[in-house]
Design a protein around this ligand. Sequence first.
Ligand code: ATP
Length: 264
Amino acid sequence: MTQAPPTARYAFEVESVHKVFAGSQKVFALDDINLKLTEGSFTCIVGPSGCGKSTLLRILGELETATSGTVTRNLSAEGIPESAFVFQEHGVFPWFNVLQNVAFGEHMAGVGKRERTEHARHWIAEAGLSGFEESYPHQLSGGMRQRIAIARAFATGSPALLMDEPLGALDAQTRMLMQEQLVRLWEMERKTVVLVTHSIEEALLLGDQIVMMSARPGRIKEIIDVPFGRPRSMEIEGTPEFAAMKQGIWDSLRDEVQASLRYS
Ligand SMILES: Nc1ncnc2c1ncn2[C@@H]1O[C@H](COP(=O)(O)OP(=O)(O)OP(=O)(O)O)[C@@H](O)[C@H]1O
């Protein structure tokens, strides 16, 4: 587990969290999760399908409650949500234009029109969407719609960003560009980011640490420190060190994916 430097704080401290979904059949989704996430860190969660990655993210963001255990949040957010979410799809309001979508969080927080418009324009520019302020989501590509969702999450001012496969629906080239953009935005702001992904490459390109989960019931199998520095160039993907880490993670994950297929 990553040791926080003496002056760093933990944004999230997860202790002995279990999650059981009750119903006609009980689903044991999470089993004894313990995790400390340093403020300003970028954590990627990987694991087989159904292992509880989204459930853990939702518990971090208070969209779901743990059956037992505690989550402590040390997030300074006055008058705004502590966490902003980005989901794989359906993350934008189709009836709002780009500017209204990006300004939405601050609108809800009661920020004045002039100020929130100024902030929204800033994040629209950073997300490479200048010139599209008046466009509606259906007039834009899937990649551009995801950029609206990411710009909106940054524009909320929330200290934590919780992202569930935010780039999962994009084609390979758009995804690579978006990974670069996401790293650049995060390096400017240093929010605490937790990103769920099925891609080991993406986790290595973006994260400071990778939380690897086991097949259901999801446990933390391993926490891997990513050794690549910041600012991070996507060119690391071509290095032997990157290839070796990717192989090592896959060797460990393969057993879990096989287990999840056996029991699903
Ligand atoms: N609201 C719910 N009610 C009942 N079961 C649920 C609910 N939400 C999730 N589950 C179950 O909990 C388990 C974990 O689900 P979760 O979506 O967290 O997994 P995941 O790792 O994010 O999966 P994937 O990678 O396929 O998106 C699954 O078996 C899922 O069916």
